[in-house]
Write a protein that binds this ligand. Sequence first.
Ligand code: THU
Length: 131
Amino acid sequence: MTPSERSDLIRHASDARQHAHAPYSKFLVGAALLTESGEIVGGCNVENASYGLTICAERVAFGTAVAAGHRRFQALAIATSGGHPPCGACRQFAAEFCDGLPILLIDADHPDHVTESNLCDLLPGRFELKP
Ligand code: THU
């Protein structure tokens, strides 16, 4: 990932957060994936009055990217108030496509504050089935 791709990815995640549909939790999440080919695909959380139907921003981003034909990714950026890491379900979802995916955690209240993590550290011992 080049420095310019990194800053584009961070901006896309922050922009995607603005589209979050989170009237129940009021917790806005934006995600952006940098694909192997250098494209950026965004996602936001989409809540529902039937709370359990809510979809996390990260899974929206992965689903959108996969539907557009992408299967390999260079990095994931997530923007939240506080710079939170992804939930366990999203870690497992991401692990379907990437082993050591770098993950940038953006504090939306301080956009210059970006913490770098990766999927290996966040999800040791993922569930895996060999196709
Ligand atoms: N959420 C995400 O979008 N990603 C996560 O990794 C954790 C939680 C959303 C779901 C819900 O809309 C809100 O944040 C509060 O849980």
